[in-house]
Write a protein that binds this ligand. Structure first.
Ligand code: CP
Length: 303
């Protein structure tokens, strides 16, 4: 049987996404399931992470599997010059599944081509973050009661934001309308806009973060301006605090509005928003454990 990897949200049909939603719901209700008995999962994090790594590791533990791996590449033989290909081939000798975050766009796809062990992309450069998308879509479904016909406003770093790129593609099956709010320097890349046009998905780009747009939105997806993606830190300084969501900006928002953020946040959501019932970002992160249990089982063909 051909092994199955999970490297891009674009590989998932609408039916697969709906199936993953049902599995995620199952694991939220029944988190402790010994479905990975005897399986070893490697978490290879070539870039920093709190939520993704720890929620994947929690997911494996809740499923009764075992985890090996690293979170600091300086402690590995990559620091001695070992290539990604060789690292993946070595870890394939030890693990049944590899969960990998890497700073290069396309690294997960490349890894999946050099091994027979399934690869899960835990974020590759500014390209994709498909497991985040599964938990984001689940969070949207849980808070809205549906996925179809929603207005989703994405704010901040739309250029380098891999969670944004994946979520646009993941939600495209459900007839969304998008607002993209970003400064000129961080606008959504043309390739994604062309893709939206080809799929006849309506979107509007704005520079101003206005209450008029917030008030039309069902989901407000805030993102961090990612310092680590800038080669010129003067450019980063210019845009780092460009949009800050404050509680007062939500006064006339729709009752069903929920604020999502993949986290970590820096300054883009004021702390005074945290106690607003429309703030959902911490619950969203918790959904990551259940979504990742669903993804792991799906990739390993465990029902
Ligand atoms: N959302 C997310 O990817 O967070 P981490 O970088 O902490 O994993």
């Amino acid at each position: 049987m051909k092994k199955k990897s999970f490297v891009s949200i674009a590989d998932l049909s609408k039916e697969t996404i709906i199936r993953l939603m049902k599995k995620t719901e199952f694991f939220e209700e029944n988190p402790n399931q010994k479905l990975l008995d005897g399986k070893i999962c490697a978490t290879l994090f070539f870039e920093p992470s709190t939520r993704t790594r720890l929620s994947f590791e929690t997911a494996v533990n809740r499923l009764g599997g075992k985890v090996i791996g690293f979170s600091d590449v300086a402690t590995t033989s990559s620091s001695k010059g070992e290539t990604l290909k060789d690292t993946i081939k070595m870890v394939s000798n030890y693990a049944d599944l590899i969960i990998m975050r890497h700073y290069l766009d396309g690294a997960a796809c490349y890894a999946s081509e050099v091994t027979d062990v399934p690869i899960i992309n835990a974020g590759d450069g500014a390209n994709q973050h498909p497991s985040q998308t599964v938990l984001d879509i689940y969070s949207i479904y849980k808070t809205q009661g549906r996925l179809e016909n929603l207005t989703i406003t994405m704010v901040g770093d739309l250029k380098y934001g891999r969670t944004v790129h994946s979520l646009i593609e993941g939600m495209s099956h459900f007839n969304p309308r998008f607002y993209f709010i970003a400064p000129e320097e961080l606008k959504l890349p043309d390739i994604y806009k062309q893709w939206l046009e080809e799929h006849k998905i309506p979107f509007e780009e704005c520079i101003e973060f206005s209450e008029e747009i917030i008030n039309q939105s069902d989901i407000l997806y805030m993102t961090r301006v990612q310092r680590e993606r800038f080669t010129d830190l003067i450019e980063y300084e210019k845009v780092k605090n460009v949009y800050i969501l404050k509680n007062s900006m939500l006064e006339k928002s729709k009752p069903n509005l929920r604020i999502l953020h993949p986290l970590p946040r820096v300054n883009e959501i004021d702390n005074d928003v945290d106690d607003n019932p429309k703030a959902y970002y911490f619950d969203q992160a918790r959904n990551g454990v259940y979504a990742r249990q669903a993804i792991i089982c799906d990739v390993l063909g465990i029902n």
